[in-house]
Design a protein around this ligand. Structure first.
Ligand code: GLC
Length: 477
């Protein structure tokens, strides 16, 4: 396969999530914004996701059944419909199978997943392959993401296609591998196992033409036994065909100057208007900390990876600093209970919104002074990038994409854009927060820090160009 350097590519982006149709976290953001950025570079991009019940019920303008596919699979569900919608310059395809995707939620409920998720996403991956056989989209590249679509390159090896596409597999989080009983391996016809179980992600790592993850630092980290989650040896085998590409931010959605989900728009020359956003969120949360005290925000799934145990442990110290804390997220009920207990202990100082709420997320980004991301590990992380744009100074654990994006303000006075801590302990986290709070109350350096943060540019354009380079190197091989 020879590709001309400037020839537009035909790319099919396969994912379990793509905003605005389906999103539970960062994968949904990337599924919504990377394809758009690739299309803006002149490529012909399509996206394919499952036709979840929530997509069906949301009233999008989707053309029903552009295609009905009957496909002989290994004795299980073999029929599905493909729906389509045009979304800006993208085509978005939806694979419908009401048994698998007609249920509530994307993966299950916040604290548990459906027991047949391996079948649901195995089916989806097989269906994407069968769709290629019937519809002749003829993409140059099929780009699959995370374990849900990791077996597509494996299926494509034996697919009856007019043209064999190149394949890229992106790891958004190596901790979720689609590791499941070997029974699924038989049903799905995928013989890829790790540690006595079928492993979707391993199939992506071994069979895609190239593999990447979502920051340079995490690309190094998952080659180690500490953060590779058992995949490190397979990743090592990929040598040069494995790389790290930092995610970008969709500033069309995440820019305080234009964000229509926040009450007052502002930019770095009208910073005083950010106080209006702070007042609004204080009022909404019922927090009584006052606008002269720092408001600390946390948005994320309440799971151990996000460092919520460290946040819970640091809360007493944070309150002693005089700050208020607003937390938004759902997940493990243990942590929701811990934050609820803190709410009761410190009325008017701590507030938990135990839900997924996109518009409240924007308002918390805009209204907070400091943004907390104590993740144990973080492949990329997007909220630290959004926070910079909102002048909401991030305090982060120096791991993965957090380490790549944040420069410590105390180490690099004129370049710093946030605060980092190295040891993954509540004490280290609290000492970084303390440094941030002192700077906030300090001699005026805070404003400069906010302006520097807001001037950082992590738009998708550069990352999308890096993806195109990888696609072309695959096609040139
Ligand atoms: C996953 C990772 C997160 C990353 C996102 C998008 O959710 O945990 O770090 O930003 O995928 O790539």
């Amino acid at each position: 396969m020879i590709s001309n350097k400037n020839k537009p590519l035909k790319i099919l982006f396969a994912s379990a999530e793509a905003a605005p149709f389906a999103k539970t976290g960062g994968l949904g953001d990337v599924g919504g914004s990377l394809p758009k950025a690739l299309a803006e570079l002149g490529h012909d991009v399509s996206v394919v996701i499952p036709y979840y019940r929530s997509v069906r019920d949301a009233g999008h303008d989707i053309r029903p059944a552009v295609l009905r596919v009957y496909h002989p699979l290994t004795g299980w569900t073999s029929r599905f419909n493909v729906h389509m919608t045009a979304f800006g310059s993208l085509k978005v395809y939806f694979i419908e199978n009401s048994w698998y995707f007609g249920r509530r939620g994307i993966y299950g409920q916040p604290s548990w997943g459906y027991p047949d998720n391996a079948l649901r996403f195995g089916f989806f991956s097989k269906a994407v392959t069968a769709f290629q056989e019937s519809a002749a989209l003829d993409p140059d590249i099929i780009h699959s993401n995370d374990w849900h679509t990791a077996i597509i390159p494996y299926y494509l090896r034996n697919a009856r296609l007019r043209k064999r596409p190149g394949t890229l597999f992106t790891i958004h989080n190596a901790a979720y591998q689609g590791s499941c009983s070997r029974i699924f391996s038989k049903i799905l016809g995928v013989k890829v196992e790790a540690y006595g179980k079928m492993n979707f992600m391993k199939a992506g790592i071994l069979y895609a033409d190239a593999v990447n993850t979502v920051s340079k630092k995490y690309a190094e980290e998952i080659k180690t036994s500490e953060l590779g989650c058992g995949l490190e040896t397979f990743i090592a085998k990929r040598g040069d065909s494995f790389s790290g590409i930092l995610n970008g931010a969709d500033y069309g959605k995440w820019d305080p100057a234009t964000d229509n989900l926040i009450g007052t728009n502002y930019c770095s020359s009208t910073l005083e208007k950010k106080t209006e956003c702070k007042k609004e969120i204080l009022c909404h949360t019922g927090l009584v900390t006052g606008t002269d005290k720092p408001l600390l925000g946390f948005i994320g799934r309440l799971v151990i990876q996000k460092g919520v145990d460290k946040l819970a442990e640091a809360l007493d110290g944070i309150i002693k600093l005089g700050a208020g804390v607003v937390i938004l997220g759902e997940g493990d009920i243990r942590y929701a209970a811990a934050f609820k207990a803190a709410e009761a202990r410190y009325p008017g100082r701590v507030k938990l919104f135990n839900e997924f709420n996109e518009s409240l997320a924007h308002r918390i980004e805009a209204g907070s002074d400091i943004f907390l991301m104590p993740s144990m590990f973080e492949p990329c992380g997007l909220n630290q990038i959004y926070s910079l744009k909102y002048g909401t100074i991030p305090v982060v654990h120096a791991t993965g994409g957090l380490d790549d994006v944040i420069i410590d303000a105390d180490d690099e006075g004129e370049n710093g854009n946030g605060f980092k801590f190295g040891l993954f302990t509540a004490a280290d986290f609290l000492s970084a927060i303390t440094r941030a709070v002192h700077k906030y109350h300090g001699d005026g350096a805070w404003r400069g820090l906010m302006k520097r943060a807001m001037a950082c540019d992590f738009s998708w354009d550069r990352s999308a160009r890096e993806y195109v380079e990888v696609y072309r190197s695959i096609l040139n091989k």
